[in-house]
Design a protein around this ligand. Structure first.
Ligand code: SAM
Length: 248
């Protein structure tokens, strides 16, 4: 087999492995996200995001790697026109149910965050949380995100430098609270070890990339104390950074 073919089948295998992992996590993940949405953390997230948005304007929003629909619901409730994508069909099923249960609306599509099927300059606001650490091609993803963002549009990315640590050391082992079992934590670590983004120091890498791609950026290196308030949710203890990038 030639090297290019080997490379592309290894990439397809890794992508399928990542999708299967999130499919399997989706039901328990959705329960925790609903608890987060309906408690103090949901309010704290809205208070973190809302001041950054242009006032009095209905925005075209893209939530990338929506999972169970956390940001889609927050932004939909605020009256914005939300499109949300995810690679996991099971996550999207939960997201659709959650949006209905919360009495709001969003359009969901199964799509790879690294290959967006939207025209250039489509969205006023792109949001993503806890996704970029699990992408095989985060640089390609950022290129795509900025392609579909309108000039002057805003990209808010919340993530952690997960490559620095082993989840076994950072995730609470109480399965009843975390809804993640030991085997899943080990699978997640094994995925993370195959990703080049795990070798990048973040958020510095992300900021350099976004500036290079033509954004004005600001960053808070750890907002976890502001948004992880619910003692009933077992968050990991890795700092959660917030990047706010405007496309020039
Ligand atoms: C940790 S969850 C975060 C979900 C949601 N953003 C939240 O904060 O609740 C990561 C999500 O990214 C999705 N994902 C992983 N790789 C993806 C890809 N290449 N394209 C789209 N979604 C992806 C997973 O299916 C999963 O739903």
């Amino acid at each position: 087999m030639n090297t290019a073919l080997e490379h592309s089948s290894a990439a397809a295998r890794l992508s399928a492995e990542i999708e299967a992992y999130w499919d399997e996590r989706s039901e328990a993940f959705s329960k925790v996200r609903l608890q987060e949405l309906n408690g103090p953390d949901g309010r704290a997230w809205w208070e973190t995001i809302a001041p950054r948005l242009p006032a009095g304007k209905k925005l075209r929003v893209l939530d990338i790697g929506t999972g169970a629909g956390f940001f889609a619901i927050l932004l939909g409730k605020a009256g914005h026109e939300v499109t949300a994508i995810d690679q996991s069909g099971s996550m999207l099923r939960h997201a659709r149910e959650n949006v209905l249960a919360c009495g709001t609306h969003a359009t969901f599509r199964k799509m790879d965050a690294q290959k967006l099927l939207f025209p250039d300059n489509s969205f006023d606001l792109i949001l993503s949380r806890n996704l970029t650490w699990t992408l095989p091609d985060a640089l390609g993803a950022y290129r795509e995100w900025l392609r579909v963002l309108k000039k002057g549009g805003l990209l808010l990315n919340f993530d952690s430098d997960c490559g620095r640590c082993s989840f076994e050391d950072t995730v609470d082992t109480d399965h009843a609270r975390t809804q993640v079992d030991k085997a899943q934590v080990q699978r997640c670590n094994a995925i993370k070890e195959q990703l080049s983004i795990s070798t990048c120091r973040r958020p510095y890498w992300d900021l350099a990339v976004m500036q290079e791609l033509g954004c004005e950026c600001s960053c808070e290196e750890d907002i976890s104390g502001r948004v992880h308030l619910d003692p009933g949710i077992a968050y990991d203890n890795i700092p959660l950074f917030a990047i706010c990038a405007r496309k020039k």
